[in-house]
Structure formats: C-alpha cells, structure tokens
Design a protein around this ligand. Structure first.
Ligand SMILES: [Mn+2]
Length: 224
C-alpha cells in the first residue's frame, strides 16, 4: 500500500491531497482501505467475494479514483458484515479525503447502461447521509455474492460519506448487469460530484458549510 496521507510530525493532511486511509477491525471483519480522489490507478481489491471485488473495481475505475481494499470477514456466517463494513470504510475514507475544502461540484447524476440493464445514480455531497434504493432482482445470488447486500453497501457508503444518494435500476433482466450498471452509474455520478470546481470561491451551499467540521471552522473564525 502507498504512503500515508498524514504528516507524521504535525498530524495534518498535506495541502491539496485528497487521500485517506481507514483501518477498521471488529470481531466480524478486518478492513484496510485507501482512497485517492485525485489519482486514478488500477484498483487493488481483495475481499474474498469475487463479484464484490468486481463491483468495487468498476466503481474505482469509472469513478477515476485510486482504491486499495484488503478485507477479511466472517464469511462462514454470511457476507453481510464484510460487505457493510467495506461500505462503512469506503464512505469514511471519502469523507476524510474530502476534508474541509469542499469546493466541489457537489450535485451530479449519471445513467449507465449494460446490455439489457439501465441504472441511474443521483448524488448530492450534502453532509447528510441518505439512500433511496429502487431495484428488483430475479436472483438471490450473482456468482457467490448475495444480491440484497448491494443495498446494505450503498446505505453504509451514503451514511458514512454523508452523501445523499438515489439509486435506481430503470430496467433490466440480468442481475449481474443490473448490479454492475448501478455501480457504474454511481461511479460516474461520484466522479462528477467530487470533482473540484475551480470557479468556486467558497463551498456551494447557502449555509456556507457542507460538514460539521466546516461549520465548526466557521464558528472559530467568527469568534476571532
Ligand atoms: Mn461484469
């Protein structure tokens, strides 16, 4: 894995770097994950669930962000803990990588087709986590992946990245295609929403803040 994003002496993020690393260990899972929002590289993902790896690689590849994931989980129970905890770690890493400089496009949406399937993703990097998920699948499993866990992954991602996320499969028959279209639509929307917007002099919010850290920063400055 690449080098840490924190300056060891001062404990602060290098200016301009939008990277984060999350290590998360419970009795159920052990997840190490890195993101680099500004440097796309071939994703390195190993979760022990092949189809889930395929989806995470699609997300990073089409989202144009660097992603490394090493995750182990209690797969002898089922995949729920692993998939949800990777969602928590990814959401946390995205939120940390964004930091307090939120001069980003913020709103974005994208459609992605894959053969018979068409999916829509709408994103607002609002500082408030919310997921609307509208998809029906004809199979319970794709490869070994438990299909209903896709919604758990997206919910954990939205809650921890604190983004408003609406995902829908518009149509489709094949569950592999439907899921992959969802991840690709999310990738395209995130790529757009997280992109820096050089025309902005401040955060694109009527409140002036898109995170608790920002709101606290505004409070500190106004008291000076
Ligand atoms: Mn595929």
């Amino acid at each position: 894995m690449a080098k840490r994003n924190r300056n060891p002496r001062r404990g602060v993020k290098e200016p301009g770097a939008r990277r984060a690393e999350v290590s998360r260990k419970t009795r159920e899972t052990d997840v190490r994950l890195r993101v680099d929002l500004d440097r796309a590289a071939p994703a390195a993902v190993r979760t022990g669930v092949g189809f889930f790896d395929h989806m995470l690689i699609a997300l990073a590849t089409h989202g144009r962000f660097g992603l490394e994931v090493e995750a182990r989980g209690d797969l002898h129970v089922d995949q729920h803990h692993l998939v949800e905890d990777v969602g928590i770690a990814l959401g946390t890493a995205i939120r940390e990588a964004l930091g307090t400089d939120l001069r980003i496009r913020r709103f974005a949406h994208a459609y992605a087709p894959l053969d018979d399937a068409l999916a829509l993703a709408v994103v607002d990097v609002s500082g408030r986590g919310y997921l609307h998920f509208d998809a029906r699948f004809r199979r319970a499993r794709v490869g070994g992946f438990e299909v209903d866990l896709a919604a758990e992954f997206f919910a954990a991602l939205a809650a921890n990245a604190r983004i408003n996320l609406h995902l829908a499969v518009v149509h489709g028959r094949n569950a592999h295609h439907q899921l992959e279209a969802l991840f690709k639509a999310l990738a395209l929307a995130l790529r757009d929403a997280l992109a820096r917007d050089g025309s902005l002099w401040a955060v694109p919010s009527t409140k002036g803040a898109l995170s608790e850290a920002q709101a606290r920063g505004l409070a500190r400055r106004s008291r000076r």
